[in-house]
Design a binder for this molecule. Structure first.
Ligand SMILES: Cc1ncc(COP(=O)(O)O)c(C=O)c1O
Length: 466
C-alpha cells in the first residue's frame, strides 16, 4: 500500500463514508490534475466525471485561474471582512449581482437581487439565507414564528439549519432532536410520480395518465396552510436527491404560488449555478426571480471553498437601524470575503461568460444527451435524466416495475468502483450514477465516461438484468 494511503487510513475520517469499508481497500490518492484528468500518486490517470463533487467548472490546473491566484498571492491571501473591505470581494459582489439578476424576469427594484453576503460553503450559504429570511419575516410582521417549506428528498447541506430543511431520512433522521421543524412537500420527481409517471421514456414503459401538475397543487395547498418565511428549493434539479430533473414549467408555477402567498423564495444554486444547467443560474431558465440565491461549489471554478448568499434591497433594509437598535445581522465567518477565493471567482466568471465556454458547454450538453441514449437498452437502467451538464442514471432491479435495488446491494457503489477501474471517477447517490463533466471535457473524454458507465453496469448488473 502506498505510504500516503496508509497515512490516510490511519488518520483521516472521510465525509459520508463508512470508514470500515474505507479501511478494506487501498484508497485512490489523488496528486495532480490537468483539465478533466486527475492523476494519483502511482501515476494512474482518471477522468473527473463528477467534477470533484460538482465543484470544478473549467478543469483542473487552469492557466487563467492559476495566474489569477498567483497575482493575488503577491498582494495578500486573506484579510477579514469584519471591519474591512477588500478589492476582489467588492468586484466579485458587483459581478454576482449582475449575473444573478440576469434574465430572471422583470421585478420591482426592491425585490431584485442587490446585496451579497459571503461565506464558506454551500451549507453556510443556506444558513445565511434561512436566518435572514426568518428574521425578515418576523420584522416585517408577517409571522412571529415562521417556518420553512422544502421538497421531499431535499438536501441543502450539513450544518444544523441546512439539515433542518433537508428531507433525506438516511442523512437527517439521526439528528432530529437537534433540528428545528420544517415542512416538506412532494417533489416533482416524474419517474416516481404517484399520480401519472407521464414522462416520456422507453416506448413500452408504463405511461399511464396525463400530467395535471398535481405536484404544483401540493405546494399550493401547503402554502395555504401557514405563513412560511420561505420555500427553499434547488431550481430545476435536485442533486443529492438523485439528480431529479424537474419538469419544464414546475419552477415558474411554484414560484408564482410562493410569491402570491407572501413567502420568500430561497434558491439553492449550490449545485445548479454557474452554467451547470445551461443558463448562468438555473432560475433564469424559467425567468424566476428569487429573494435569495445561494451559491458555492462552482463559484471559484472549483478551486477554493467560498460561498455567497445574494439577496434583495428589501431584505437588506430590514436589518438597517441605529447601532443601539441592534438590528445588525449578527452572523459571519473568519474567512468571509476571502481575497484568494474572490480572485479565483472573478477569473472563473471571466472564462464562464466568454463565448468560447458558452459554445463548448452547448456542444457538450448535446453530446452528453446523445451518448446517454446508449444506456436505455440496459435492463438495469430505469431512468436517464439530464439537465444541461447534469446527468443522473438511475439503476433499478426491474425497469418494468421501477423496483429499486435495496441499498444493501450497493449497486451504485459497485458500478462506480468498476468505473474507477476503467479510469473514470464519480460518486453514486444510492443507486443513481451522476455524470457532471467539467466544461473543458473533450468529446473523446465524454465518450469514454459514458462508455465506462455502460461497461460497468454490464459488468456488475448484467446486460439483461439480474
Ligand atoms: C444543493 C446543495 N446545497 C447545499 C450543499 C452543501 O454544500 P457544501 O457541501 O459546500 O456545504 C450541497 C452539497 O452537495 C448541495 O448539493
Amino acid at each position: 500500500m502506498h505510504k500516503l494511503a496508509r497515512l490516510d487510513q490511519k488518520y483521516v475520517w472521510h465525509p459520508f463514508t463508512q470508514m470500515r469499508d474505507w479501511a478494506r481497500r487501498e484508497p485512490i490518492v489523488l496528486a495532480r490534475g490537468k483539465g478533466a484528468v486527475l492523476e494519483d500518486v502511482r501515476g494512474k490517470k482518471f477522468l473527473d466525471a463528477n467534477a470533484s463533487i460538482w465543484t470544478n467548472l473549467h478543469g483542473h490546473n487552469h492557466p487563467k485561474l492559476n495566474a489569477a491566484l498567483q497575482r493575488q498571492l503577491k498582494k495578500v491571501a486573506h484579510t477579514s471582512a469584519l471591519g474591512f473591505a477588500n478589492e476582489p470581494a467588492a468586484l466579485l459582489a458587483e459581478r454576482l449581482v449582475k449575473a444573478g439578476r440576469g434574465s430572471a424576469g422583470a421585478s420591482p427594484s426592491r425585490t431584485k437581487l442587490a446585496k451579497v453576503f459571503f461565506s464558506d460553503d454551500g451549507s453556510t450559504a443556506l444558513e445565511v439565507a434561512l436566518k435572514m429570511s426568518y428574521e425578515f419575516t418576523r420584522r416585517t410582521g408577517r409571522s412571529r414564528a415562521p417556518k420553512f417549506l422544502s421538497l421531499q428528498g431535499a438536501y441543502h447541506g450539513d450544518t444544523v439549519g441546512a439539515v433542518s430543511v433537508g428531507h433525506i431520512d438516511l442523512f437527517h433522521k439521526a439528528y432530529g432532536g437537534l433540528l428545528f421543524k420544517s415542512d416538506k412537500v412532494m417533489s416533482p420527481n416524474c419517474y416516481r410520480c404517484p399520480f401519472n409517471q407521464a414522462k416520456p421514456e422507453r416506448a413500452d414503459a408504463r405511461v399511464t395518465r396525463k400530467c395535471n401538475w398535481e405536484c404544483v397543487g401540493k405546494v399550493e395547498a401547503k402554502l395555504k396552510q401557514r405563513k412560511y418565511a420561505a420555500f427553499v428549493v434547488e431550481p430545476r434539479v435536485q442533486g443529492a436527491a438523485g439528480m431529479i430533473a424537474h419538469p419544464e414549467g414546475w419552477l415558474k408555477r411554484v414560484a408564482e404560488a410562493v410569491r402570491a402567498s407572501g413567502a420568500q423564495l430561497i434558491a439553492d444554486e449550490v449545485m445548479t449555478g454557474f452554467g451547470r444547467t445551461g443558463t448562468m443560474f438555473a432560475c433564469q431558465k424559467e425567468k424566476v426571480a428569487a429573494d435569495f440565491l445561494c451559491v458555492a461549489k462552482g463559484l471559484t471554478g472549483g478551486y477554493l471553498p467560498m460561498a455567497a448568499t445574494l439577496t434583495t434591497q428589501a431584505v437588506f433594509d430590514a436589518f438597517l437601524g441605529e447601532y443601539e437598535e441592534f438590528k445588525t445581522f449578527f452572523h459571519g465567518h473568519s474567512y468571509t470575503g476571502n481575497q484568494l477565493g474572490a480572485a479565483a471567482a472573478l477569473a472563473s466568471l471571466d472564462i464562464l461568460q466568454g463565448s468560447e465556454s458558452k459554445m463548448k458547454r452547448r456542444g457538450l450538453e448535446k453530446q452528453l444527451r446523445d451518448e446517454l441514449q446508449t444506456l436505455w437498452s440496459l435492463a438495469a437502467v430505469g431512468d436517464v435524466r439530464q439537465e444541461g451538464l447534469v446527468a443522473g442514471v438511475e439503476l433499478v432491479a426491474d425497469w418494468r416495475t421501477r423496483a429499486a435495488f435495496p441499498l444493501k446491494a450497493r449497486a451504485g457503489i459497485r458500478v462506480c468502483e468498476a468505473m474507477a477501474r476503467r479510469g473514470v471517477l464519480t460518486r453514486p447517490i444510492g443507486n443513481v450514477i451522476p455524470l457532471l463533466p467539467p466544461y473543458c471535457t473533450t468529446q473523446l473524454q465524454l465518450r469514454k465516461m459514458v462508455k465506462a458507465l455502460r461497461e460497468s453496469i454490464v459488468e456488475v448488473l448484467g446486460e439483461t438484468g439480474c
